[in-house]
Design a protein around this ligand. Structure first.
Ligand SMILES: CC(C)(COP(=O)(O)OP(=O)(O)OC[C@H]1O[C@@H](n2cnc3c(N)ncnc32)[C@H](O)[C@@H]1OP(=O)(O)O)[C@@H](O)C(=O)NCCC(=O)NCCS
Length: 192
């Protein structure tokens, strides 16, 4: 059947280019490398990060696989992830987009920060830089931040980055400990 609504963005708008490095104040968002695997494994071993994610990593090999998935997912224009680094170039956290829909001009926001790097607003600075790229360079229309209603740190990051709370989806996400209600926060390219 013919499509009635034109896609918001054309296929290839991401995959025709390399994943960029982005500047976020004194931080840099850079693509992941296989050499980052031990830090990725340490992040996934953090109980706070595990609590809000649906996967775990049991081995270093799985962490290497995790770092290697991103070029493929960029090429498929379905997801992107950056390591948040400072001038040491060691990853302090992760920020990225999931469920990218170019046709709908939309994506979901994802982030975590290693325990030792928390308390310095890293996630908010990384999300702000990524939003500048996603709205300004790519031309996405809407980004969403979904988090369990029990994840107050994530709620605060959403508020700090200009994603107002738009509503609550009941029992919308299953974590390891069972069903959680989901806060939906959204930011539009037309927002101030
Ligand atoms: C969410 C997360 C990325 C924030 O890390 P961060 O960028 O270092 O955030 P900060 O510690 O600088 O705190 C940012 C804000 O959240 C608040 N905050 C942090 N932890 C909090 C908590 N447990 N409860 C309530 N507020 C909290 C801080 O006070 C700060 O707000 P303020 O500037 O108004 O004081 C980090 O806690 C994390 O990795 N959590 C586990 C993974 C996760 O939840 N990912 C998101 C899944 S949806």
């Amino acid at each position: 059947m013919p499509i009635l609504v034109e896609p918001a963005l054309p296929a290839g708008i991401l995959s025709d280019k390399q994943q960029p490095r982005l500047k976020a104040d004194d931080l840099v968002l850079r693509p992941w490398r296989a050499a980052d695997a031990p830090i990725v494994k340490a992040a996934f071993d953090c109980p706070d990060i595990q609590r809000w994610h649906v996967r775990r990593l049991d081995t270093l090999e799985e962490a290497v696989e995790w770092t290697g998935q991103w070029p493929l997912r960029w090429a498929a224009e379905e997801a992107v992830s950056w390591a948040i680094v400072d001038d040491t170039d060691e990853p302090l956290g992760q920020v990225g987009l999931r469920s990218i829909s170019l046709a709908e001009g939309a994506a979901g926001v994802s982030y975590w920060v290693l325990p030792d790097a928390r308390g310095r607003g890293l996630a908010a600075r990384a999300v702000a830089a990524m939003c500048g790229w996603a709205f300004g360079e790519v031309g996405l229309n809407r980004l969403e931040n979904h988090h369990s209603t029990l994840n107050q740190a994530s709620c605060r990051v959403a508020e700090m980055t200009g994603f107002p709370h738009e509503g609550t989806l009941r029992r919308a996400i299953k974590h390891a400990d069972g069903w959680h209600d989901w806060h939906v926060h959204g930011r539009l390219s037309t927002d101030a």
